[in-house]
Ligand binder design. Structure first.
Ligand code: F6P
Length: 361
């Protein structure tokens, strides 16, 4: 049995991080009598001077509904660099981190993060250090788990935004465009689009054409609806074009919503407005589902460590939390199945993906 485990949160924050931290600490201390150390600012906290903080039941009390992470996080830094638009995990600081972990008598790690953070965790595992990963990201783009925590809260926020845009779009007979996050996947746009009754959903997995989008706007006008609500994933692209970046060097997606607004105004006689939801999708309190999922993930991660599992990630599969090898979890990005049930349902109820050459939608 481990005497002391380290906990860290890495990558972009997501609602539910504190729920996981709390469940890890409570399970480790109450059930297994292990001590917990919080590592601050992702892996950065185990470099140099180290930034470590003792975590007890008392110190995690009251954090369940809190947004962000009490440990701080980083999605850039010594372990994670962006070179030519790709996240690189340099090898160098791992030795230093391992020696600091030994120095502070941390025998195992629970690493809470997305693809990049879990790829670093896997490197620790390959050096023989016991690690269990917990899948976090509002993007829901991790393979091997049906859901990541944070995603459902992000959908709630995007759905509420669509509801609010609906009434102003209808009052002014405008085209309203909501740009949501998701990196190179359309999970948030697809789910929020369905829940928030978008008329057009644009996702990276289905390249769009302006002609198809305009066709849908005109169809709606003919049917008596003079407004159109469009939800666009930040990574969506026009057929034959690539994604739009706010900052190509730093690999920051953004700007597609405004690009669509400008082009539409050039092409049709209709006023349109764009809203970028941005980090509102990540901030604030997690919803009940993410508190529950985060708690279950955290407790299962500690049980897995206590049962001798290493180099694994907890994952939701068929409504049960189990473990999968970290290497499997980071192997592929999980994209929207364009032939899948949700896309089909959206098409069947008249939502357009503005795909060229698709009869109907
Ligand atoms: O991965 C989560 C995410 O919010 C993406 O949806 C988005 O592209 C990115 O992080 C934004 O990152 P940053 O916090 O660096 O702006």
């Amino acid at each position: 049995m481990y005497k002391q485990i380290g906990i860290l949160t890495g990558g972009g924050d997501a609602p539910g991080l504190n729920a996981v931290i709390r469940a890890v600490v409570r399970t480790a201390t109450l059930k297994f009598g292990m001590k917990c150390i919080g590592i601050e600012d992702s892996f950065e906290g185990i470099l140099g001077e180290t930034q470590l903080t003792k975590l007890t039941n008392k110190s995690v009390s009251g954090i369940l509904p809190r947004g962000g992470t009490i440990l701080g996080t980083r999605n850039r830094g010594s372990f994670c660099k962006v070179v030519d638009g790709k996240m690189i995990v340099p090898d160098m600081p791992i030795e230093e981190a391992l020696s600091n972990l030994r120095k502070h008598e941390i025998d195992a790690l629970v690493v809470i993060g997305g693809e990049g953070t879990l790829a670093i965790a896997e490197k620790f595992h390959r050096r023989g250090f016991p690690v269990i990963g917990v899948p976090k990201t509002i993007d829901n783009d991790l393979s091997a788990t049906e859901l990541t925590f944070g995603f459902m809260t992000a959908i709630d926020i995007a759905t509420e935004a669509l509801d609010r845009l609906h009434t102003t779009a209808a009052s002014h007979d405008r085209v309203m465009i909501l740009e949501v996050m998701g990196r190179n996947t359309g999970w948030i746009a697809l789910h929020a689009g369905l829940a928030g009754s978008a008329d057009v959903i644009l996702i990276p997995e289905i390249p769009f054409s302006f002609e198809a989008m305009i066709k849908k706007i005109h169809q709606r006008e003919k049917a008596g609806s003079k407004f159109t609500n469009i939800v666009v994933a930040e990574g969506a692209c026009e057929v034959g074009q690539s994604e739009i970046f706010l900052d190509q060097k730093e690999f920051r997606l953004g700007g597609i919503g405004e690009h669509i607004r400008r082009r539409l105004e050039e092409m049709i006689d209709k006023e349109s407005r764009c809203v970028v939801l941005g980090h509102l999708q990540r901030g604030g309190s997690p919803n009940a589902f993410d508190r529950m999922l985060g708690t279950n993930f955290g407790a299962c991660a500690v049980r897995a460590l206590a049962e001798g599992e290493r180099g694994k990630m907890v994952a939701l599969q068929a409504n049960r939390v189990s473990t999968v090898p970290l290497s499997e979890a980071i192997a592929n990005v999980k994209t929207v199945n364009v032939e899948g049930q949700l896309v089909r349902t959206a098409r069947d109820i008249g939502i357009s993906f503005a795909a060229p050459n698709v009869r109907g939608n």
